[in-house]
Write a protein that binds this ligand. Structure first.
Ligand SMILES: Cc1cc2nc3c(=O)[nH]c(=O)nc-3n(C[C@H](O)[C@H](O)[C@H](O)COP(=O)(O)O)c2cc1C
Length: 463
């Protein structure tokens, strides 16, 4: 019997060297050239009527078929869900828990590139369970900026920088997908290595530096995309550009007709001088020029600003008042932090770059709550930073977010997390007596919102 990250796998067949792996119905094998591994999976009912999930793993060194035993014999549900394995009764062959250890053996950026390539050719369906294809619970639906969001869980910027896998992300069950950051001209970003996993802290440090295929490639991809889910385009500036506003303006001009919303990213820590655009004077003149660029584009696409978590009290107040005065459509709180909170134990903890994931949850949620208070609930906020569960998502919503986004937890838990968060969130809302998610927004505060709610239920909640 083989132990594999807490699962008891029972090898029933050992394949001879070079023997073809051909055990499953309904799935294409996945090949991982780096490790020489293939995965394939299936389910069947045994003589006693129990559903058995069968996963075949053939590596160069140890070709083998494993049977995962019936559900009662698996480890505790918390362990199963931590690894993204779902009950055989609801599961398609979700191979992500088996792919994940292979991805951990290679560098984070290679793992990311492989994942994007696999998703781009349609292998995403092997990484999710059937539940991702079920309609979202109506309690999660919202209308914001005239757009219908089937659920509030979005993919944060940085995962799909060049808009290569938006359809796969829709299929994972995200309610909206933000691509980018896109720069006007293509640029390579910082030298590698530039992504570091902090396994023990469920965190990542990155200093990618806006590696981007540029607006030509990205807008041409977006224009060929059949209209599916809600899509945001996150814009940046080229590293060697002297005129940031001109770069963002070009992005708005080129993306306005293709995006459901646009984000002005002035908070990446990896482009020198970028975060200084958050200062009152710079921000005022930047937003003035960008609103003009939007007017010229002929489409009033919602314009959001994404902020850093490392802001002083005065900077927070300035950003809130400037964005309210300029009638910006929303704020994304927050990008990665340059702080290194106590408790980071990984040897990579002191790498330069932005920290995301679990250690970012508390500071980014506190900042979100601050912005909800400073904008008096009058501006839609998107909460992002360290979300890894339904409870985290709910806390962000109660702190003031209409919508939430995640990235880092996806790397550690896999795409099954999206469905898990949606289901858990619907349960938490019901348990607290809310009929719609919009009713819960900001309820973690002593009511400061005075005007009408900025995000509303798509349809009237049942009375
Ligand atoms: C590898 C990596 C690349 C990122 N790239 C971008 C980016 O290009 N633009 C951006 O606005 N945010 C970027 N982010 C930040 C995320 O969008 C998000 O704000 C941050 O990671 C916090 O969320 P999380 O803790 O769920 O990851 C990146 C994050 C990571 C981990």
């Amino acid at each position: 019997m083989a132990e594999h990250r807490g699962f008891a796998f029972h090898p029933s067949t050992r394949l001879g060297s070079g023997q073809r792996l051909d055990v499953a119905v309904g799935t294409e094998p996945q090949h991982f050239p780096e490790t020489g591994e293939q995965y394939r999976g299936s389910r069947y009912e045994n003589a006693a009527g129990h559903l058995i999930e069968m996963v075949a793993i053939a590596s160069r060194h140890d070709p083998m078929i494993y049977h995962i035993r019936r559900e009662e014999e698996w480890p505790a549900p918390s362990v199963r869900s931590a690894y993204g394995v779902h009950s055989p009764q609801t599961a398609m062959p979700n191979l992500y828990p088996l792919i994940r250890p292979a991805l951990r053996l290679i560098s984070p950026e290679t793992a990311h590139d492989l994942t994007i390539s696999a998703l781009a050719v349609g292998w995403g369906r092997l990484m999710i369970d059937r539940a991702a294809r079920e309609p979202d619970p109506p309690i999660l639906a919202q209308r914001l900026w005239g757009l219908d969001f089937p659920n509030p869980v979005g993919l944060a910027a940085g995962f799909d920088k060049d808009a290569r896998v938006t359809d796969a992300m829709d299929a994972f069950g995200f309610g909206f997908v933000e691509i980018g950051t896109v720069t006007p001209r293509p640029q390579p970003g910082n030298p590698k290595p530039r992504i570091f996993r902090l396994e023990q802290n469920q965190a990542i440090i990155n200093r990618m530096g806006f590696n981007s295929m540029g607006l030509d490639a990205v807008t041409s991809r977006l224009s060929r995309r059949p209209h599916a889910g809600v899509i945001g385009v996150n814009l940046g500036k080229n590293r060697d550009s002297a005129d940031a506003a001109a770069d963002y303006g070009e992005g708005i001009r080129r993306a306005a007709s293709l995006a459901d919303y646009i984000v002005i990213n002035i908070s990446s820590p990896n482009t020198p001088g970028l975060r200084q655009l958050q200062r009152r004077d710079s921000l005022e003149s930047l937003l003035e020029r960008l609103l003009r660029a939007r007017d010229k584009s002929g489409r009033r696409v919602p314009l959001l600003v994404k902020v850093a978590p490392d802001l002083t009290t005065a900077e927070r107040e300035d950003i809130a008042s400037v964005t309210l005065a300029a009638e910006i459509d929303g704020i994304i709180v927050s990008n990665t932090t340059v702080e290194r909170p106590a408790g980071l134990v990984s040897p990579h903890a002191l790498e330069t770059g932005g920290l995301s994931g679990r250690p970012l949850f508390s500071p980014s949620t506190a900042l979100l709550a601050d912005f909800f208070g400073l904008t008096r609930g009058g501006l839609p906020l998107i909460g992002v930073g360290g979300i890894a569960s339904a409870a985290d998502a709910y806390e962000k919503i109660r702190a003031g977010a209409c919508l939430i986004q995640l990235y880092t937890a996806l790397v550690f838990a896999g795409p099954g997390l999206v469905v898990e968060i949606k289901r858990g969130l619907a349960d938490l809302l019901r348990a607290d007596g809310f009929a719609s998610i919009s009713q819960a927004v900001g309820t973690g505060h002593d009511r400061v919102a005075t005007g009408p709610p900025v995000c509303a239920a798509t349809r009237d909640p049942p009375s």
